[in-house]
Ligand binder design. Structure first.
Ligand SMILES: [Zn+2]
Length: 126
């Protein structure tokens, strides 16, 4: 029990530092985007590549925002005490799996079961 709590606390610290990193990066790309606008206004010849660059930055930002909300979900589950617990069967999710994907809510068995169901009924009418 104590060990599990220590493990969870270690995850919390890792998640928080990852979130801080993403927030800083998100702020950085926003600053870059503003700088790009200045270039865009001073040199309209390169409009196409400026637009392409902006699209790319927006894609990265969206991905980072999604990651941050996933981390927030994981942190919320840590507070609730359900972090690392399978939503479906209440078994403990392996540490390796939580490390690879901290926002996961299913153990590998349930995840595989879910995927095989989706595979078996790919066009199931709802
Ligand atoms: Zn499970």
């Amino acid at each position: 029990m104590t060990l599990r709590k220590e493990k969870v606390e270690r995850f919390r610290k890792e998640l928080l530092s990852r979130k801080n990193f993403l927030l800083q990066d998100l702020h950085q790309t926003t600053t870059d985007l503003i700088n790009d606008d200045e270039i865009f206004f001073s040199d309209s010849v390169d409009q196409a590549s400026a637009d392409a660059g902006k699209t790319l930055v927006l894609q990265i930002k969206n991905r980072e925002r999604a990651s941050i909300s996933q981390i927030d979900d994981a942190l919320r589950r840590i507070d609730l005490g359900t972090f690392g617990e399978c939503e479906k069967c209440s078994e403990e999710i392996t540490e390796a799996r939580m490390k690879a994907n901290p926002s996961t809510t299913l153990c590998i068995d349930c995840k595989m079961e879910l995927e095989s169901e989706e595979h078996r009924f790919p066009n199931r009418a709802s």
